[in-house]
Structures are given as structure tokens and as C-alpha cells.
Design a protein around this ligand. Sequence first.
Ligand SMILES: [Zn+2]
Length: 179
Amino acid sequence: MYQSVINKRVLLLNQNYEPLTLCAARRAIVLLFQGKAEMIATANGLKIRTVDRSFDLPSVVRLQQYRRVPFKKIMLTRKNVIIRDRNRCQYCGSTKGPMTVDHVVPKTMGGSERWDNLVCACARCNNSKGDRTAEQAGMKLLKKPTPPSYIMFLQRDSEVAPQWHPYLFMDSRFGGATT
Ligand SMILES: [Zn+2]
């Protein structure tokens, strides 16, 4: 139990509240103790207990000093399109079978290799769509494809904590860039 709590993911914000990365709770706690970060949100009621004290497990912490970070962009690759869409066909919603990457507007019709024109599609949907736009094929996308947020990408294996939402929506620097 202690092991899993100490490894829980914490959203680390820069001094200007911009999301920086995710870290293990263990690291966030060290930053708090060293006075290098402040608690912004706690994880719902979860506590960390040591021999003589108990304190709230952090969910969001903010660095006291601004840290310069290199621009982080998710590389546009087949694999990353499929990861962004969580291995779910964006037409029928299936998550079974090997997934392909579909150009919403086909290359032959001038569709480009961009986050907003590529979606994860099962082989069946990709085949039946063929060289047509989704509209022409009478197929509807589950959602409009967008560039992935860097943080959401890091958190692809599990749910994004509700405490993180206010900060992730500010994530224009990482998530807003189109390729
Ligand atoms: Zn499908």
C-alpha cells in the first residue's frame, strides 16, 4: 500500500502554473520538504504515514522558482496517433485488433500529415472508408482529432486526476502546437 501511494503520479507545475511534467509522489514530497515546491492540490484524502507523522499526499505541486524547460512536442508518428486515440477506432469505437492510421481527408485529396487529419482506425473501417473523406463514406468521427497534450500523453496508461484539469487546459504551449 505504502509503495503504491508513494509512487502515485503528481502533476508538477512550473512557477507560472504551467504544467511541467508528472513525477512520482515521492519526488513531489521531497520538493515540498525542501521548500522547493508548494502544495496546490492534495490527492483525495490519501495520506502518507511515517513513524511519527502523517501528511496529505500531493496531487498537484508548484515549483517556487521558475524552471526553464526546452519546448516539448510529441512527435507525429503512427504509433503516437494510436496512443493519442487510446487504441480506439475513431469511427466505430472498437479497441480490438491491430489498429491502423487513417487520413480523415485522404492524401490523394490533399489531406496532410497533421494531428488533426490523422486518426486511429480499425482495419475494417479503414478499408470500407477507402480513398474517400469520412463524409463521403458516410462515417462519423467519435471526436475531432487534435494535437495531444504533453501531460496527457505522459498519463496515457491511466485516468487524468480531476485536480489536474484546471492546469491542463492552460497547456497551450505543449498541446496547442500543430504539426
Ligand atoms: Zn472501426
